[in-house]
Design a binder for this molecule. Structure first.
Ligand code: NOJ
Ligand code: CA
Length: 549
């Protein structure tokens, strides 16, 4: 299956095997279960699966604490199951990307266990040590409020070790050539087993210089080396970077010539999008779109709403952040790490269908490749009684059967949501499949339409001038053009656009039949509260003129 730049116009669906479908009744999802659900996923129309870490792990950070990079954790199945799964995915035309977690390992990893045993261990230099507690060791923690320091004393090693994240996640010394060699081996291993690439965890930390008293400086050349190796082994595999960085460094990650990361999550747009939804003000979002406009032609943004972590609002101005908290997470228990929101999307938007559709329509029309989180196609909720980010990681809600049809165990590893407006008795895939108007079927339709709009994936965008509560984006690509409108406010909006800016006197509405014809050089369009419109620029004969990508 070779497709040039397939990721440019993909729809990615992210899930954790452990909370998707359990077949052997132990309360934990497994690869066999995921395989049984591949037809559901293919039917939804997604084109690529992103699996969160499933390698062997003590599971203290939902698998981001790997203790063996070359196995499937026995809870989820075997390597045999994994290969059967990647094969079955390929049969359905679905690609699979997986997490590459190499900034750190679990402290239970045999490398770390050996490294702490003695200073002469061959693995000692794979980690980052200091005899004394380095100055400013308590600065730069990633999980403030939970994590106290980045250097922890190890009695066995009689030294401090560095950990950017939790203390059970010692950082690898990624500057060590032996570690780099091992990272390549891990990449090569999973490529052989059928994956189409990696979501690379914590990239800015992977490539930063590390050590006591060392100022972290990103070594961008490492990204090129990784890319080169990846592409030597697999021509169409990709790297999708998790790097929450300022727009001015984006090109360092993509590489000026597109020779580093194929994709990056657009955190800048993500945070400003939530501000726009909270304040009905698109102006900061437009700035974020402009600031992240530049990228090499072969690169692509990953656009997302919520992910498995907290919604990080750290890049907003304090008053903007407060505004988002006020609208979407007024209770301090909904907030996390002094910067974010730990809720799922549907509860944040009070389950309001109009606002959910608006948010999703934005996800599917902002520049980039949309990344959906499992369960969001149903409008799943969260369980705030679970600690930290676990509240938004509950099992997939398949049906009204016990445990939401996820498992026949008496108890599941993470509880299913069985109370409140988002309980599985009310929100589940089986019921929504029978209802043509359900969010699930709506999502299937919008994915289908998105795939027919390659301009969004490949084209250039222009922000057309309108009132601040409305976002008007035009996309142009190979003589095709689209216009998308979003009214972010709870009030109706009359939008007036110059036909010259739009590009034509005629606009064909793709989801509704209310097309627009310009009068006296202007399109006048009435938008209901939270309404969205997707238009083809031009007349109804656009299909005849349209070129395929
Ligand atoms: C980012 C991941 O998204 C998050 O879940 C994890 O805790 C950290 N990296 C550490 O691996
Ligand atoms: Ca199981």
């Amino acid at each position: 299956m070779i497709h040039d730049l397939w990721y440019k116009n993909a729809v990615i669906y992210c899930l954790h095997v452990g909370t998707f479908m359990d077949t052997n009744g132990d309360g934990i999802g497994d690869f066999q279960g995921l395989m049984r659900r591949l037809d559901y996923l293919a039917g939804l129309g997604i084109t690529c699966l992103w699996l969160m870490p499933f390698q062997r792990s003590p599971n203290r950070d939902d698998g981001y604490d790997v203790s063996d990079h070359y196995t499937v954790d026995p809870r989820y199945g075997s390597l045999g199951d994994f290969v059967a799964f990647t094969h079955a995915a390929e049969q359905r035309g679905l690609r699979v990307i997986i997490d590459l977690v190499v900034n750190h390992t679990s402290d239970q990893h045999p490398w770390f266990q050996d490294a702490r045993r003695s200073a002469s261990s061959p693995f000692r230099s794979w980690y980052v040590w200091s005899r004394r507690k380095p100055p400013r060791a308590d600065e730069g923690v990633v999980f403030p409020g939970v994590q106290k320091t980045t250097w922890t004393w190890d009695e066995r090693a009689r030294a401090y070790y560095f950990h950017r994240f939790y203390d059970f996640q010692p950082d690898l010394d990624t500057a060590n050539p032996e570690v780099q060699e091992e990272i390549r081996k891990i990449v090569g291993f999973w490529l052989e087993l059928g994956v189409s690439g990696f979501r690379v965890d914590a990239v800015p930390f992977v490539i930063a210089t590390k050590g006591a008293g060392v100022k972290p400086v990103e070594q961008y050349g490492m990204l090129r080396d990784l890319r080169e190796f990846l592409q030597w082994r697999s021509r169409d595999a990709i790297l999708l970077a998790e790097a929450n960085v300022l727009p001015r460094t984006d090109l360092e990650y993509f590489g000026d010539d597109g020779d580093r990361m194929h994709m990056m999550f657009n955190f800048q747009v993500n945070q400003h999008l939530f501000y726009a939804l909270a304040a009905s003000d698109t102006r900061p979002l437009v700035k974020a779109l402009e600031a992240t406009r530049d990228r090499p032609g072969t690169a692509q943004w990953g656009v997302f709403l919520r992910n498995h972590d907290e919604l990080d609002l750290g890049r907003l101005k304090p008053e903007q952040r407060e505004r988002v908290f006020r609208e979407f997470a007024p209770d301090p228990d909904m907030q996390l790490y002094e910067r974010g929101i730990r809720r799922r999307l549907a509860p944040m938007l009070s389950g309001d269908r109009r606002r959910l559709e608006l948010a999703y329509s934005l996800l599917f029309t902002l520049p980039g490749t949309p990344v959906i989180r499992y369960g969001d196609e149903l409008g799943m909720g969260d369980d705030l009684r679970l600690p930290e980010r676990n509240c938004a990681r509950t099992p997939m809600q398949w049906s009204t059967l016990p445990n939401a049809g996820f498992s026949r165990a008496a108890r599941t590893a993470l509880p299913v949501i069985a109370e409140g407006p988002f309980q599985f008795q009310r929100v589940n895939a089986a019921d929504q499949r029978r209802d043509p108007e359900s969010l699930l079927n709506w999502t299937e339709r919008i994915i289908r339409m998105r795939k027919e709009c390659p301009e969004i994936a490949w084209g250039d965008f222009t922000v057309l001038p309108t009132q601040p509560e409305v976002l008007a984006l035009r996309y142009d690509w190979r003589n095709n053009a689209m216009l998308v409108l979003h009214n972010l406010s709870g009030k109706p909006a009359s939008v007036r656009l110059r036909a010259r800016d739009v590009g034509d006197d005629r606009l064909v509405s793709l989801f509704t039949a209310d097309h627009s014809s310009a009068r006296k050089g202007h399109h006048e369009i009435e938008l209901d509260p939270y309404a969205y419109r997707w238009y083809r620029v031009g007349g109804l004969d656009y299909i005849l003129r349209r070129r395929s990508w």
